[in-house]
Design a protein around this ligand. Structure first.
Ligand code: GDP
Ligand code: MN
Length: 349
């Protein structure tokens, strides 16, 4: 896709900040953050890191979404920190509430039961709305319809290395649709029937299952059972047209009808991951080894000392999660027949 004409000239005229140092056209892309007003100082830290390490050179826009109206302080603080244009959107009620087919008593029982079993966010209604929103709606928000590419940013994340190239352009040039920095196994208690729902959908919609997909990342027995591997969706750079495609929307709607966002506690991470694994060719999913990233409690610190020096990284390679037994990233490498980065064995010891 062509670069966005509006951004073909150096942006960042509105804020009185220095111009973007990276010359050339821009992609039709935005950062996107779902947040509460109370997240303001945590998201401020994230924005500062993203701007310092990447966006001061590119000045991409930033869309903020909230189920409540953003307050003046949130808008003022985030606008002051960002180099691109900021947009603030409220989420329509229909996208942040229980669908009519959900049995409220059953959902309430589940929450009480999960609370008793101490499952993280097990008793939370808002967390379930959040997961459902990130699974099925953020890419259809009116403010997001203008864009083709997104980079999701959550509060309190860290970026540890300079990113000197346009990651959105990289995605487009290399025909990538979805990307990750961390992968891991999902808590089985939160998704006991997600795979049954997925298999039902696959049977009803074989036309959406792409040849050369990443089933081997998701399942160890050819699709019979889910191994719980997923890409961690608090970081994502992805293609919005893929999320808005019939394949993805069909998958989301089928899951939504089955009710597991409320009768269990399905996360958007396994939902995005399974969809990417089945509806994209495996080459369309990218691992950004060069984006050094932290979201509590995991770190992706790029393997390879020379790279870390050259990009002024400040992460401790000992904290890198990639080659840990609880990471699924080695499986991704195997499925894609990629050699692990030089140095992974030493840095893992
Ligand atoms: P965790 O990373 O799974 O522990 O969940 P977070 O608390 O980080 O929430 C995920 C994202 O959704 C973050 O960007 C939060 O700011 C946002 N979020 C979570 N709950 C709500 C909510 O009730 N309202 C809004 N507007 N955003 C929320
Ligand atoms: Mn988070």
């Amino acid at each position: 896709k062509e670069s966005h004409p509006d951004q073909a000239t150096t942006p960042n005229t509105h804020a009185g900040l220095p111009p973007a140092t990276n010359p050339g056209p821009r992609m039709n892309a935005t950062f996107v953050t779902l947040a509460r007003n109370s997240d303001v100082w945590e998201i401020a830290r994230s924005i500062r890191q993203v701007e310092d390490r990447f966006n001061k050179k590119f000045n991409y826009d930033w869309v903020f979404l909230n189920d409540q109206p953003f307050d003046d302080q949130f808008k003022a603080v985030t606008s002051a920190l960002t180099s691109g244009n900021t947009k603030y959107g409220e989420i329509p009620k229909e996208h942040w509430s229980f669908p009519e087919w959900i049995d409220q008593d059953k959902a309430a029982k589940v929450r009480a039961d999960m609370a008793a079993r101490k499952i993280i966010y097990g008793d939370s209604i808002s967390y379930r709305h959040m997961c459902r929103y990130e699974s099925g709606f953020f890419f259809r928000h009116p403010l997001m319809l203008d864009y083709e590419w997104y980079w999701r940013v959550e509060p309190s994340i860290e970026l540890f290395c300079d990113i000197d190239y346009d990651t959105f352009k990289f995605m487009a040039d290399n025909k990538k649709k979805y990307s990750f920095t961390l992968s891991l196994y999902e808590y089985v208690e939160t998704i006991p029937t997600l795979w049954e729902s997925t298999k039902k959908w696959m049977k009803n919609h074989p036309e959406h299952i792409v040849e050369g997909n990443s089933m081997g990342f998701l399942s160890d027995d050819g699709g019979d059972t889910y191994n719980h591997c997923h890409f961690w969706s608090n970081f994502e750079i992805g293609n919005l047209d893929w999320l808005r495609s019939p394949a993805y929307i069909d998958y989301f709607e089928s899951l939504d009808k089955d009710g597991g966002f409320f009768y269990e506690r399905w996360g958007d991470a396994p939902v995005h991951s399974i969809a990417a694994g089945l509806t994209l060719k495996k080459e369309e999913i990218h691992f950004f080894n060069d984006i050094a990233y932290y979201h509590v409690p995991f770190t992706h610190c790029p393997t390879g000392e020379q790279y870390r020096m050259d990009h002024k990284c400040h992460c401790n390679p000992k904290d890198n999660f990639d080659w840990n037994g609880y990471s699924c990233t080695a499986r991704y490498y195997e499925l894609n027949k990629m050699d692990k980065p030089a140095g992974w064995e030493q840095e893992n010891s």
